[in-house]
Ligand binder design. Structure first.
Ligand SMILES: NC(=O)c1ccc[n+]([C@@H]2O[C@H](COP(=O)([O-])OP(=O)(O)OC[C@H]3O[C@@H](n4cnc5c(N)ncnc54)[C@H](O)[C@@H]3O)[C@@H](O)[C@H]2O)c1
Length: 395
């Protein structure tokens, strides 16, 4: 019988999202051996190592020099991604990074080139596209039930300036709503409908924000979430489908998420692509809308009897890391590939550029992503058989 050589993995960046990643990477996937955590602030790394039983706290230099560590998971803020990814690729590590890959296309292209030259995997979040919601929708679309997809409408809103009171990284490059959150909608649309060829948009900046409510920010301190915090535009897919996009960070925080896919024979409505198990509802002619059962696992149901705050909506973060680890062992491409991550980033930066120039932006990149096989579930036997879903990540 083939024995499993686990992939020795280290996490760099021990902030908020690291809770769910570290817990899941430690316990959920047979393929991952999480051996170390690292943060530029050593107290953060020490706290997470103790909380989740990770054997070692290491520096970036120690990780780079440790030949037994094959894979690095980068959970630093977007503005730090380029430096962390570049140094780890140059040290010969496969890298999984949180979104967005970088904040400029030039940096992204350089990272793609280094990964190719060194024969290394670079995987890019969001891995919500591998969750039950998007994968079930993909299965339905590919089965032809709604005919040929002709268009798609997506929308998300937040008060990004208010959020940046608490989440300080939102004040840095990549913090505006289209890049911080709209990326989930872009990634889900492209996972479902394939590559985009042209984009066009209008945009508006965030207002200057003055701290008033929170003691963490001195009253009167002011800042501005950078770049276009509101983007409204259109995408043209290679398939011929067209999409309407509305990402508004200049409004209130009560989210009105929208995600509708229109086909020649039916319509699909999807839940929030920033979760793993968003609903999939189908409308066919002369019939009421129905909610479809999920055909895939990883639906975001907390993999523990005692869910806590970190589980809300985040239940299965880390599937992309495990899928990439299996791809390394099996010698096949990973699904949330660097080309997929770069394409999603180029769509958003292309919209941003179009908003500035008033011209259509022609995409330079493309990607392909195989869907996950259907029929594997993550909560069989009340979660005791969660390994069933991991089988769907192997091939
Ligand atoms: N917070 C969320 O809900 C959420 C959800 C999904 C994805 N993300 C993504 O995850 C990433 C991290 O987000 P977060 O909310 O955990 O941020 P955070 O600010 O809470 O944590 C980031 C951590 O990275 C460390 N860090 C910063 N620069 C570093 C460097 N150069 N080297 C080593 N460590 C460094 C910081 O000290 C901090 O501990 C971002 O890319 C974000 O877009 C966040």
């Amino acid at each position: 019988m083939e024995t499993l050589k686990k992939v020795r993995t280290a996490v760099i960046g021990c902030g908020m999202i690291s809770h769910i990643y570290i817990r899941n990477l430690k316990r959920m996937f047979a393929i991952i051996d999480l051996v170390a955590v690292c943060d530029r602030s050593p107290e953060n790394a020490k706290r997470q190592a103790e909380a989740y039983g990770v054997p070692r706290v290491m520096t970036m230099e120690e990780i780079a020099a440790d030949e037994s560590i094959e894979l690095v998971v980068n959970l630093t803020p977007a503005f730090a991604h380029y430096d962390v990814i570049r140094s780890m690729l140059l040290a010969g590590k496969h890298v999984w990074t949180e979104k967005m890959m970088t904040t400029t296309l030039e940096q992204g292209r350089e990272l793609l080139r280094i990964a190719d030259e060194k024969g290394l995997c670079l995987g890019v979040a969001p891995d919500t596209v591998l969750g039950a919601g998007v994968q079930t929708a993909k299965n339905i679309i590919d089965s032809g039930l709604i005919g040929d997809v002709t268009s798609c409408v997506v929308s998300i809103n937040r008060n990004q300036s208010l959020n940046s009171e608490i989440f300080r990284f939102l004040r840095g490059e990549g913090g505006a709503l289209p890049f911080d959150v709209g990326i989930y909608h872009i990634a889900a649309m492209t996972a479902l409908l394939g590559p985009v060829t042209e984009v066009q948009a209008f945009g508006a900046p965030a207002p200057v924000h003055e701290a008033q409510l929170f003691s963490a920010n001195p009253v009167g301190e002011s800042w501005q979430v950078p770049g276009n915090n509101l983007l409204v535009g259109g995408l043209k897919f290679q398939s011929g489908a067209l999409a309407m996009v509305h990402f508004n960070g200049n409004t209130i925080g009560e989210e009105k998420n929208g995600f509708t896919v229109y086909g020649t024979r039916g319509i699909l409505s999807l839940g929030d692509p920033n979760t793993f198990g968003g609903y999939v509802r189908m409308t066919l002619p002369e019939a009421d809308e129905v909610e479809l059962p999920k055909t895939h696992g990883y639906d975001g149901t907390p993999p523990t009897d005692k869910p806590d705050g970190i589980d809300l909506g985040y239940g299965h973060r880390g599937i992309g890391v495990a899928e990439m680890a299996w791809s390394i062992r099996k010698g096949r491409p990973n699904r949330c590939s660097k080309e997929f991550g770069f394409h999603a980033m180029e769509i958003l930066l292309g919209m941003d550029e179009s908003a500035g120039t008033g011209k259509i932006y022609k995409m330079t990149s493309t990607f392909s992503m195989r869907p996950l096989p259907a029929g594997y579930y993550s909560t069989l036997g009340h979660g005791a058989m969660r390994g069933d879903a991991e089988r769907s990540l192997m091939e």
